[in-house]
Design a protein around this ligand. Structure first.
Ligand code: TRH
Length: 377
């Protein structure tokens, strides 16, 4: 057992805390490590983990000591490993304490997930920090030579058991106030603001196949409200029908329940990094709203992922999926792209499970971190 400190600065949204909270739990549960998670915005953490208390400076949750990373952070006893998540700058006092420590912790900068080619070349590289102190770049990724992606050891078994258990699915959905009518297709929607939403919803409303769209509270609700022509802000519990489309607004659920929601749906629109990965583990077709970066750098990241993900699909299905993702991220063209996709559903669904299995055949991120730590001893 070793001690790990993970530092998380909540930039915006939930991805930073979403990834670090998941990693912290896994390191504690599967490797028996003593893990402290330092987060500067406890409210963001509590959104994902409602049983926690945003007012506490320290609390033990799911085997992890979750601590408020306050501005006047004071040096702590040095752990064996320090993870600086997503280039968040460590407290000066922490860096000074590491320099002064007789036995220096392994210092890792955990980077954002990307499928770009350069990632494998940069994964694990050291960066000298003065006075003999090193920091190492740890890059998650989808291919050999990268740090892998987060996946708990029992995740796929739990997911498959849940998906095979119709009563469990119905009970979970009922807990959210969702009752599926007949052969309705279930779609979940988690996205940034998107001007392309209306075109997609028009297509769903006109589709011969009935759809129930489940929308956890979040940034897309404004676009949804405008399309519906509703005067008031949409709240959890809101339900409306337009043509063959039933829209239902859900609360923002715990991270574990969000997984279950993805497992329940036939199609998941996700965003950022963590929900994007979780939708892949759901083994179902997905639509990725990528986090926008300066100078459109996100487009290369999107295309790099598609170049991997679409391998094995027929050329026409691959083109249809690519066009759908491009339309969603461009915020235009969703109606036509949705129509083009229709003949390819069965193929995409089978492919999603194959992609999931292929990714699961690689070491996951926590295993790769553990290995890196052990090799450093
Ligand atoms: O919130 P995000 O947009 O986070 C983003 C990305 O990580 C992006 O790469 C990063 O640069 C930026 O933040 C700063 O999307 P993401 O990564 O999917 O994180 C959302 C988290 O919220 C994820 O852990 C799932 C969780 N979630 C719930 O727990 N309950 C919910 O109801 C929903 C919708 C999400």
């Amino acid at each position: 057992m070793a001690s790990w400190d993970i530092f998380c600065n909540v930039v915006d949204n939930y991805g930073d805390i979403g990834v670090t909270w998941r990693l912290a739990r896994q390191l504690a549960a599967e490797y028996g490590h003593r893990v402290r998670l330092w987060v500067d915005e406890p409210a963001a953490f509590v959104a994902l983990c409602p049983q926690a208390d945003a007012g506490l400076a320290r609390q033990q949750v799911a085997g992890v000591e979750v601590c408020h990373w306050a501005k006047d952070w004071q040096p702590q006893p040095q752990p064996d490993v320090v993870i600086e998540a997503f280039g968040c700058t460590l407290p000066e006092a922490q860096v000074a304490a590491m320099r002064a420590a007789g036995k220096r912790p392994l210092w890792l900068n955990l980077e954002y997930l990307s499928a770009e080619d350069w990632v494998a070349g940069c994964h694990g590289l050291p960066s000298p920090q003065g006075q003999g102190l090193q920091k190492y770049f740890f890059f998650p990724g989808f291919v050999a030579g990268t740090g892998g992606v987060l996946r708990e050891g029992d995740l796929l078994a739990r997911r498959r058991a849940f998906q095979a258990d119709e009563a469990a699915r119905q009970a979970f959905l009922a807990g959210l106030g969702v009752t599926v009518q007949g052969a309705e297709r279930l779609i979940s929607l988690f996205a940034y603001e998107n001007p392309g939403l209306g075109e997609w919803l028009d297509a769903l409303a006109a589709d011969p196949q009935a759809t129930r769209l489940l929308v956890p509270r979040g940034r897309i609700l404004g676009d949804l409200r405008r399309w519906l022509g509703e005067a008031n802000e949409l709240q959890p519990g809101f339900v409306a029908r337009r043509g063959n489309l039933q829209v239902q607004v859900l609360p923002f659920v715990s991270q574990d329940d969000y997984d279950r929601l993805l497992w329940c749906c036939d199609f998941n629109a996700v965003r950022g990094e963590d929900s994007f990965m979780r939708a892949q583990w759901a083994g179902r077709p997905l639509l990725w709203h990528i986090y926008q970066q300066q100078e459109d750098a996100h487009w290369e990241k999107l295309e790099a992922f598609l170049a991997l993900y679409l391998q094995g699909l027929s050329p026409s299905a691959a083109l249809a999926v690519r066009q759908l993702w491009q339309a969603w991220n461009a915020g235009a063209g969703m109606g036509a792209a949705w129509q083009t996709l229709q003949p390819h559903w069965a193929e995409w669904r089978a492919h999603a499970e194959l992609w999931c299995a292929e990714q699961a055949s690689r070491p996951d991120l926590a295993a790769a971190l553990e290995q890196f730590y052990l090799s450093s001893l």
